[in-house]
Design a protein around this ligand. Structure first.
Ligand code: PEP
Length: 251
C-alpha cells in the first residue's frame, strides 16, 4: 500500500507574508502522517521561515530546484546541503519548466537525484512528454528514457524511496488535464520501467504522482486510479482553501 503524496508547487508566486499566511491556514488541517504526505514547494527565500512555521506539523516543505554540487563558485545557486541544513524535507528535480527554460538535462537531473539522497532530501523527479510527442505516439519512449536516465546509478532501495511526478507538458498550466485513463496508463508504464530496471518489489513501492491542471474537481477521480499515488499541483495549490480541498481527496 503506497502512501499518497500531494505537493503544491508555488513556482515564482507569493511573497513571504502570503506564504506564511497560507501555512498558518493549512498546517493543522493536513492529513495525518500515516494517511498521506502533504508538501508545499516554495521559492528558496521563504524556505527557512516555512520550515520554522511548520515544525511539529504534518506539512512538509520542499525546494523547487537545487544545484548538485556540495559547494563552490556557482553564483546564484543553492547547494543541497544548504537545504538540508535548513530542515527542508524534499526537492523537486527536473520540472519541465526548468528543462525547457533553464537548460536542465537528464544528466543534471540524475546528479541532483544522487545529491538529494546524499543529503536526505526526498527527490520528486519530474518526467513528461510534449504535445508533439503525445501526438506522434512516442510518449512511452520519452518517459522511459527520462525515467531510466534520472534514476541511473541509484540502488533499488533508493528508487523505492523516490517520488516520480509524471507531468505531461501539454497539461501544465493549460487547463488541459490528461484524462484519468491517459494519466494512469502512462504512470503504469513508468512503473513497468521501474520493474524492468529494478524489480517488481521496487516498482510496487515507488510513488508516482500525476501533475497537469489538477484541481479540486478532478483530483478524486485521478487519485482513484491504480497507478497514481498523488499529485504535483501548480495553479490550484496557490490558494489555501483549494489546497485543502485537494488534500481532502487523500484524507
Ligand atoms: C506544475 O507546476 O507542476 C503543474 C502541474 O502546474 P498546474 O497544476 O498549474 O498545471
Amino acid at each position: 500500500m503506497r502512501k499518497p503524496i500531494i505537493a503544491g508547487n508555488w513556482k515564482m508566486f507569493k511573497l513571504k507574508g502570503d506564504a506564511l499566511a497560507f501555512v498558518e491556514a493549512v498546517k493543522n488541517n493536513v492529513p495525518a502522517a500515516d494517511k498521506a504526505d502533504s508538501i508545499v514547494c516554495a521559492p528558496f527565500v521563504f524556505l527557512d521561515a516555512l520550515v520554522e512555521a511548520t515544525k511539529g506539523t504534518n506539512l512538509g516543505v520542499a525546494a523547487q530546484n537545487m544545484h548538485f554540487e556540495e559547494e563552490g563558485a556557482f553564483t546564484g545557486e543553492i547547494a543541497p546541503r544548504m537545504l538540508a541544513d535548513l530542515g527542508v524535507n524534499a526537492v523537486v528535480i527536473g520540472h519541465s519548466e526548468r528543462r525547457e527554460m533553464f537548460n536542465e538535462t537528464d544528466e543534471t537531473v540524475n546528479k541532483k537525484v544522487h545529491a538529494a539522497f546524499k543529503h536526505n532530501l526526498l527527490p520528486i523527479v519530474c518526467v513528461g512528454e510534449s504535445l508533439e510527442v503525445r501526438e506522434n505516439g512516442t510518449t512511452n519512449d520519452v518517459v522511459d528514457a527520462q525515467t531510466v536516465k534520472a534514476l541511473a546509478g541509484l540502488t533499488a532501495e533508493q528508487v523505492a524511496g523516490t517520488v516520480i511526478a509524471y507531468e505531461p507538458i501539454w497539461a501544465i498550466g493549460t487547463g488541459k488535464t490528461a484524462t484519468s485513463e491517459q494519466a494512469n496508463e502512462t504512470c503504469g508504464y513508468i512503473r513497468s520501467v521501474v520493474a524492468r530496471e529494478y524489480g517488481q518489489a521496487t516498482a510496487d513501492a515507488v510513488r508516482i504522482q500525476y501533475g497537469g491542471s489538477v484541481k479540486p474537481d478532478n483530483v478524486v477521480e485521478l487519485m482513484a486510479q491504480s497507478d497514481i499515488d498523488g499529485a504535483l499541483v501548480g495553479g490550484a495549490s496557490l490558494d489555501s482553501e483549494s489546497f485543502l480541498a485537494l488534500l481532502d481527496a487523500v484524507k
